[in-house]
Design a binder for this molecule. Structure first.
Ligand SMILES: Cc1cc2nc3c(=O)[nH]c(=O)nc-3n(C[C@H](O)[C@H](O)[C@H](O)COP(=O)(O)OP(=O)(O)OC[C@H]3O[C@@H](n4cnc5c(N)ncnc54)[C@H](O)[C@@H]3O)c2cc1C
Length: 262
């Protein structure tokens, strides 16, 4: 048995159930209020806890980049059982694009010296799905994406990687980065004891300078992406109701043929 240290990337996002607004000028999501743990990351946290348990030792460290020193979402993941967290929060990070975010996360993750890094396949708000593989590239580590099952055997991680028609079995030496899909495991609900314990778990808050990063390569200054416009999503038109007068099946088949799905 090898004790295993797992880092989980946890994105803290505005509550998707609450009304959202955009920052004037930049078209980015306003993130000034309370943030919560992205639901997508609950799967990674659970997976990491189960892998550390199965390894018979080690611990789970959370890494998050978020504005305003926000820790609410991290406390939820700490209440699930993670040991500690690293938060990177700095006004200089405002306007960071996906690569800028990856640079910051990679620099913080390096400090934790993990055996395994877990992230979600994509976040619920930005959902570019590009950040984790950029983190792996910056750290010079292999990455395996879209995991529907993850097991560790000694110094190797085995992943069932979801594909359109089923799954591939992929193995990689550790350390490595794995992105997990919803459904990889069922996240636990934090217990009352876990919620109380989370209040006193360590959260190390760092700035860009603490990470030794050049401020001109992150934040708005280093961003290669720009959101040029935001448009209202088209409202859905109501569907056509087919009343079955004996020809219902044939009419549905004809409709599906016009969509070229059959
Ligand atoms: C031009 C531009 C400007 C932006 N300006 C701001 C801004 O001012 N303030 C701001 O807060 N955001 C800003 N963002 C969004 C922010 O930079 C995103 O977090 C980043 O682009 C990651 O992209 P994503 O959400 O598509 O992540 P994805 O690649 O879809 O994320 C996949 C997974 O990576 C991990 N991950 C991603 N982001 C983080 C994170 N921040 N912390 C920990 N884990 C993470 C999570 O596990 C996540 O599920 C901006 C984005 C762009 C393109």
């Amino acid at each position: 048995m090898f004790p295993m240290n797992v880092v989980v990337c946890v994105k803290q996002i505005p509550d998707p159930a609450a009304p959202q607004s955009l920052e004037p000028g930049t078209h980015t999501l306003a993130r000034s209020g309370k943030l919560i743990m992205d639901d997508s990351d609950a799967y990674g946290v659970e997976m990491a806890l189960q892998l550390a348990d199965a390894a018979g030792g080690g611990e789970v460290t959370l890494v998050s980049m978020a504005p305003g020193g926000e820790t609410s979402g991290l406390r939820t993941a700490l209440a699930m059982g993670a040991a500690k967290a690293i938060l990177i929060s700095d006004d200089a990070l405002k306007g960071s694009d996906a690569l800028g975010t990856a640079k910051v996360l990679a620099a913080a993750i390096k400090r934790a010296e993990p055996d395994l890094i877990i992230a979600a396949t994509e976040s619920s708000d930005g959902y570019t799905g590009t950040t984790p593989v950029q983190v792996a590239e910056l750290l010079g580590l292999p990455s395996v994406t879209f995991a529907k099952s993850v097991t560790v055997d000694g110094q190797t991680v085995k992943v069932e990687r979801q594909t359109e028609s089923g799954f591939d079995e992929v193995t990689s030496p550790l350390p490595a980065l794995v992105t997990v899909t919803a459904g990889v495991v069922e996240p636990r609900y934090p217990s009352f004891k876990g919620i109380m314990a989370a209040k006193s778990k360590p959260v190390d808050t760092l700035t860009v300078a603490d990470l030794g990063l050049d401020a001109s390569t992150v934040g708005a200054a280093g961003a290669g992406q720009e959101i040029t416009d935001v448009a209202e999503a088209e409202s859905r038109s109501s569907g056509e109701i087919v009343v079955d007068e004996g020809d219902g099946a044939a009419r549905i088949v004809a409709f599906l043929e016009t969509l070229k799905v059959i």
